[in-house]
Write a protein that binds this ligand. Structure first.
Ligand code: KG4
Ligand code: ZN
Length: 346
């Protein structure tokens, strides 16, 4: 917990966090990629309202997110999304303790839309503003509807990141492993494109994998030191496999299942190793790829080894603003400098 002081917006410094002594209602806005989202969360764990406007339909036809189009769509959606979040919560801006917004990493033009909306609300309603790191927010999705407290090991898997994090306390975290090339979500999306699946590939590939044989093809698990990962070799192996069919009908479901088996097995082994080394008894998964059925199943199987496992509900795994509000409350790597600029890379 800390005293938020950005007195450019409000003359009154405010205590935000678990020890603040009053109920905190934080409104957060998320716009780092292709979802325009706004949520109100009470005391970091109880979602009062949660609105997400997805742009998937727009970007589908291009096979990926076009940054300029995404930024324009955020602009078009943002006011309605904020209004809807107030309406669903049956609350007004005066009842909000602080306004939060994602600062980065993400697409700069997109981030600017949400962040400026959050800052404007703070300025107009004389409230504090809290800037949030998108990756920390993904982790904080695990605090929603739970009583989870650090320490724990976290597996953060999204479209842009793959990390194993030692979360010692709400504000103290160390990245102990990460990908040296592609992120898991990126690998899913690229492999999906290789075999002709629509964007975003991850969820579709996951669904087809459940119809296939995970041992149909032996794909290589990269041998990387420590807790680091590499997925580009696996992507190349799938490309070679696809080419070997030389235009014949691809056994799509079996390829999906074999790829998913390989990825989930690598993630499982590294997480287990990190848990054993840390001595912690808890593990969480976070990020868009944490919605993956097989990865969830394998990580949850650690419960058989005596570990407590947590994963956010599917709707809090992919980009949303409830996780941003939770992060602002628990003060995990947040910024209260109103001049804080957006940033694109972690
Ligand atoms: O966290 P997120 O919503 O955005 C980033 O911050 O990157 O993650 C998006 C990624 C995409 O690569 C998408 O394909 C992947 O999450 N994803 C999945 C599944 N659902 C979403 N990947 C595999 N299986 C899924 N069920
Ligand atoms: Zn994300």
């Amino acid at each position: 917990m800390k005293m938020i002081k950005n007195t450019l917006f409000t003359k009154t410094p405010v205590l935000i966090g678990p020890q603040s002594g009053y109920d905190n209602y934080i409104m957060a806005i998320e716009s780092s990629c292709d979802e325009t989202a706004c949520a109100i969360v009470k005391n970091g764990r109880q979602v009062i309202s949660n609105v997400v406007a997805s742009q998937i339909k727009t970007h589908e036809k291009y096979g990926g997110v076009i940054p300029e189009i995404a930024a324009r769509e955020h602009l078009e959606a943002i006011n309605a999304v904020i209004e809807e979040a107030f309406k669903q919560a049956n609350m007004n801006p005066e009842q909000i303790s602080a306004f939060a917004g994602t600062v980065g990493p993400g697409l700069v033009g997109c981030l600017l839309v949400g962040l400026n909306a959050a800052k404007t609300l703070a300025l107009v309603y004389d409230k504090v503003f809290i800037g949030v790191n998108h990756l920390n927010a993904h982790l904080c999705a695990n605090y929603i509807d739970t009583d989870l407290k650090p320490p724990y090991i976290a597996l953060l898997i999204s479209g842009g990141h793959t990390q194993i994090i030692d979360v010692k306390s709400y504000s103290e975290q160390t990245i102990i492993g990460e990908t040296i090339d592609d992120a898991v979500g990126e690998a899913y999306d690229k492999v999906a494109r290789l075999i002709g699946l629509p964007y975003p590939g991850g969820p579709v590939l996951d669904k087809l994998a459940n119809e296939g044989n995970p041992f149909a093809f032996q794909l290589p698990e990269a041998k990387v030191d420590g807790y680091n990962f590499s997925f580009s070799g696996l992507k190349t192996a799938v490309l070679r496999l696809v080419k070997s069919f030389d235009g014949d009908t691809l056994p799509v479901n079996d390829i999906c299942a074999s790829f998913q088996q390989c990825v989930s097995s690598t993630l499982y082994k590294k997480v287990k190793k990190a848990l054993e080394k840390s001595g912690y008894k808890q593990v969480v998964i976070a990020g868009g790829v944490a919605a993956n059925s097989e990865i969830r199943k394998k990580i949850f199987s650690l419960e058989n080894n005596g570990y407590k496992v947590n994963a956010p509900l599917m709707k809090y795994c992919t980009d949303n603003a409830a996780m941003v509000a939770s992060c602002a409350y628990f003060n995990t790597n947040t910024f209260d400098d109103v001049n804080m600029e957006v940033f694109s890379r972690a």
